[in-house]
Write a protein that binds this ligand. Sequence first.
Ligand code: FAD
Ligand code: NAD
Length: 477
Amino acid sequence: MSEKFDVIVLGAGPAGYVAAIRCAQLGLKTACVEEWINKKGSPALGGTCLNVGCIPSKALLESSQIYYEASKGLSEHGIVVDGVRADVPQMISSKDKIVEELTGGIEHLFRANNITWLKGTGKLMPERQIAVQDSDGNTSAYSAENIILATGSKSIEIGAVPLHSDVVVDSSGALDWESVPQKLCVIGAGVIGLELGSVWRRLGAEVVVLEAQDVFLPMVDQQIAKDSFRQFTRQGLDIKLGARVMSSQVDGNGVSLQYTDSSGEQNLTVDRVIVAVGRRPNIEQLTDPETDLLMDERGLVHVNDACETNLPGVWAIGDLVRGPMLAHKGSEEGVAVAERIAGQHSHLNYDAIPSVIYTHPEISWVGKTEEQLKEAGREYKSGVFPFAASGRAKAQRDTGGMVKILSDKHTDELLGMHIVGGHSSELIGHGVTVMEFQGTSEDIARTVFAHPTLSEAIHEAALAADNRALHIPNRKR
Ligand code: FAD
Ligand code: NAD
């Protein structure tokens, strides 16, 4: 007889481990299958996010920004720092320590919640059975009333630029370099390309970003995207749009890349390459052929609004299913599914999920872009306030960017908030909360914000939507 659980979760990334914790909190006998082996060769929880994603990338973004400011940016404050140098191996080991502490923290939470960690690779079998193969190749069978699939995603590879030891790498490889490349090519000007390109640029690499599309950050409000493009260019990120890589060769001198752009065929020689062209779901080996799990046209596990798959009692969440590939989206799906399994009603508002690109300045948004509203034919009002007019931004010597608010022309309901600026990841929560409460731009305009704070720019953008901003000239009435 196989051991039986109320719930087995497959995958312990931010979607799966959060689902497991919530299930256990609700009194369900819960197991979680996880196969991850960390740099030290030990099994680890936390998935992509904690091991090679959100957390290590933010650790390096933080370290590299401090280095950059210390080496270039403190004279304006009247601070003279001599002899600044980057100790990259120390940055990497400090990042590894953070990862180890946080993944160890999840292990502690599993123990505290009596969650059984089944170490190994899980496979969904018919009749809600799970086969788990451990590192010695032994397979054990388990069954559960409910199964939650949360096996996440992995980097997409491209034939024109195959990965090559630590010279041509994906995002995981680029989080472990212990020296700064002199010249770096990043393929893909998406979220990962911009974040990791920024890390290595700040540490001194010459960075060329090759992006296949003609439009920069098409998912971002284009007024915000254009402003950030200008700022990134000023920082020295050489972003080439409409650039399609055709082939590459690695030799003793580095990597030669051949690509085409609007001017024809081009050649580029660099020391190292990061391939950051998107991620795809981890579905290989996920199911036994006898299990008829339905996939959608994009190769993701097909689910309905409640994250139910076509198989009764089998749910799927996180990067494995439709929607943005974001840790917080997966976690909230995990909570919602756990609560549904426990017989509660739970709802996740997909229209109010914030996105952030953690460059400097940070790009943060929630809701609809101006382009999306135009395409939908929705009448809207817009209010923009530049950080150049913010006292706090001036005091921080960080005045790039703006806050932009979009609200319904007739009801004034907040439809979108878009920010490019320092610390905007912390500011966007205001927009999310107002959208969750179906608030209006007038609600924001009537709210008192502390002075001097960056959040006052949100207040002023809301006032600007009604043509009554106080610290910038308004449109003529
Ligand atoms: P994952 O985190 O991928 O976890 C899936 C887990 O399932 C893994 O641990 C894997 O080992 C395990 N698994 C897979 N198959 C099996 C199997 N058959 N048996 C057992 N275990 C299995 N998102 C943000 O919101 N903010 C950020 O700042 C951010 N930064 C990122 C930076 C980088 C460099 C990368 C790569 C991603 C970043 N992301 C960020 C995206 C974020 O990491 C993912 O959206 C998130 O991790 C998805 O969570 P998940 O639980 O669905 O999957
Ligand atoms: P992405 O989809 O954000 O960007 C990939 C980019 O590569 C796109 O602009 C695409 O046009 C381009 N591209 C695709 N093929 C190409 C080619 N052959 N040549 C040149 N350009 C090409 O994907 P990503 O940056 O790899 O990130 C993957 C996922 O991880 C994203 O969906 C994102 O949500 C998530 N992520 C989130 C964060 C965050 O929340 N801050 C950080 C990192 C990753």
